[in-house]
Design a binder for this molecule. Structure first.
Ligand code: ME8
Ligand code: MG
Length: 526
């Protein structure tokens, strides 16, 4: 993209029925890395995240905890969901809650428009509903359990809990009108749904035909009132999906809305259908542009199953960051899992990558170069050096890697961006091994050559600090200040990262960027 273009990216808004686990943190980090990259590339960037607070699932959780849904949501947001963003260093521009007045009022505007334009009608819904999914279910989505707690009942395939039979007068959204429009969208904009596996599944689903969608409930009142019929509240997904436009001024601030929309939307593949079918159909009905893309990433698995709140298999992000630090958390999940595919989390793998890639690979490279500049040159960075072919090769690699990483980010191939950047870490380590600056330092006759080697290595580190800042912001900032970078590393253009010409003075790091962790052993056995 051209610098200055709008880059609006959003995560799902998460249910506040429980505290976050590393699955939620995974989506947040991926979105944050992409946002930081674009922000550092000079794009007009906006990162939105938030919480989904209406509906039966939250209502029942609150009742079970002897409180009101609003009080419950307030507590979970303050004690768990906002702190998560600190724990994993998310630089979000906004945080929307579906109980925000700004959201509720804009949702009302949207609904009234659809109603006035004839896209909503009153009817009767009869069928199954899973409160865990907050979704109307077809028989295909259910299993009949022969034994166990729910013997003889129909249970949701995802939650393993009985579904409820609903028979209600509801308002319906004419989703079936949009079947062809959606298929045309998928066809004309082939990267609208990614990855390919999710795209194929969605196309398959839509080709089978779409039913109209029941969008109101009257048996409870924890939701946004239907403006023309206060005995109904809006279906929680219809409410939640609208956050992506209410947060940027839909209905209230046209200028900002025009500036930001449409968004790149990151979601887990569990909710890709809501985002790639219902959501664009809603937008089409309102005459609004559809999202730039919907990327359904894979799942973090535990014991081969999706990590989940409802199955109590969640690992809290702080369990990892307390031992390994925030940067390692961010790095690990972005590096170890191909973005778009499922990945199994393991302490062993995390620990091994920490040692090999962060501590020994990047951390050690940084410490060595800085230590040599300090020891051999009192921290003064050599200038006007004569470069050899080996030195030029490093500069060429830095330029190539900068372009490759940017192209990978553009494709949302976050793991490929990191892999490309890591080739520069490896090249620099190899370069230092071959050039042997410690040997050059022994003979004053080699002073000029030593200058060139130290200068080249330092410039490579500068490129790395800039390129890695979106992934590991704290370590990158520490490195940047040690190597005498001017201003903040977060202000340096990632797309020109190769072009850093070096600061005047290097100051020693007060500690390693990625210290050896004694507790790693404890972590692996925990
Ligand atoms: O679905 N692996 O909220 P939710 C990877 N409120 N990502 C995971 C994950 C896992 N094991 N578990 C959860 C909702 N996630 C709705 C969304 S949006 C308008 C409304 C992440 O709290 C992933 O992003 O159940 C997934 O899509 C999301 O959390 C579901 O969060
Ligand atoms: Mg869920």
């Amino acid at each position: 993209m051209a610098a200055g273009d709008s880059f609006y990216i959003a995560t799902p808004i998460f249910y506040v029925n429980d505290v976050p686990h590393i699955g939620h943190a995974y989506t947040e980090v991926a979105a944050d890395v992409l946002a930081r990259w674009h922000r550092q590339g000079g794009d007009d960037t906006w990162l939105l995240t938030g919480t989904d607070e209406h509906g039966q699932k939250i209502l029942r959780t609150a009742v079970a905890n002897d409180t009101t849904p609003k009080a419950w949501a307030d507590k979970l947001v303050a004690d768990a969901w906002l702190p998560l963003l600190e724990t994993i260093n998310i630089a979000n521009d906004d945080f929307i809650r579906t109980t925000d007045e700004r959201h509720e009022s804009a949702v009302t505007i949207f609904l009234q428009k659809l109603y006035d334009d004839g896209f909503i009608y009153s009817g009767e819904y009869e069928g199954y509903y899973c409160v865990g999914c907050e979704e109307y279910k077809q028989l295909d989505d259910l299993l009949e359990t022969p034994d166990g707690d729910y013997a003889g009942q129909l249970v949701c395939k995802i939650h393993g809990r009985p579904v409820e039979v609903l028979k209600e007068k509801n308002y319906f959204f004419r989703m079936s009108d949009f079947q062809q429009g959606l298929l045309d969208l998928y066809e004309s904009q082939p990267d609208f749904i990614q990855p390919e596996s999710v795209r194929n599944e969605i196309i398959q689903f839509v080709k089978q035909g779409l039913d109209d969608l029941s969008i109101s409930r009257s048996s409870f009142d924890w939701g946004i009132q239907i403006p023309w019929d206060h005995s109904h509240v809006l279906y929680v997904w219809f409410d939640a999906l609208l956050n992506y436009i209410t947060a940027i001024g839909y209905g209230t601030d046209d200028e900002n809305f025009e500036r930001r929309w449409p968004a790149v939307q990151l979601v887990g593949k569990d909710i890709a259908r809501f985002h790639a079918v219902i959501w664009p159909a809603m937008l089409m009905a309102a005459g609004l542009p559809t999202p730039r893309k919907v990327f359904g990433h894979g799942w973090l698995l535990v014991g081969g199953e999706k990590m989940s709140k409802s199955k109590l298999t969640g690992i809290a992000p702080s369990q990892i960051t307390d031992t390994f630090g925030v940067d390692a958390f961010r790095y690990y999940f972005m590096r170890a899992i191909s973005f778009g595919q499922d990945g199994s989390f393991s302490w062993e793998d995390l620990s091994a990558r920490y040692q090999a890639e962060l501590a020994n690979g990047f951390g050690n490279l940084s410490s060595r170069v800085i230590a040599m500049l300090t020891r051999y040159r009192d921290g003064v960075v050599p200038n006007g050096v004569e470069l050899t072919e080996a030195d030029e090769a490093i500069f060429a690699a830095a330029e190539r890697v900068t372009a490759e990483a940017d192209a990978a980010i553009e494709r949302l191939a976050i793991h490929e961006a990191l892999a490309a950047i890591w080739t520069l870490v490896d090249d620099l380590n190899g370069y230092i091994t071959i050039q042997e600056p410690w040997a050059l330092a022994k003979d004053p006759a080699n002073a000029e050559r030593l200058d060139a080697v130290l200068f080249t290595a330092l410039r490579g580190l500068g490129t790395l600090a800039v390129l890695l800042s979106p992934f590991i912001p704290d370590a990158a900032a520490k490195l940047w200040s040690a190597i005498g970078g001017s201003g903040e590393v977060q202000q340096q253009n990632v797309r020109a990262a190769f072009d850093w010409t070096g600061g005047p003075l290097v100051t020693p790091l007060d500690s390693s960027l990625f210290p050896r962790i004694e507790q790693v052993e404890a972590g692996t056995t925990a």
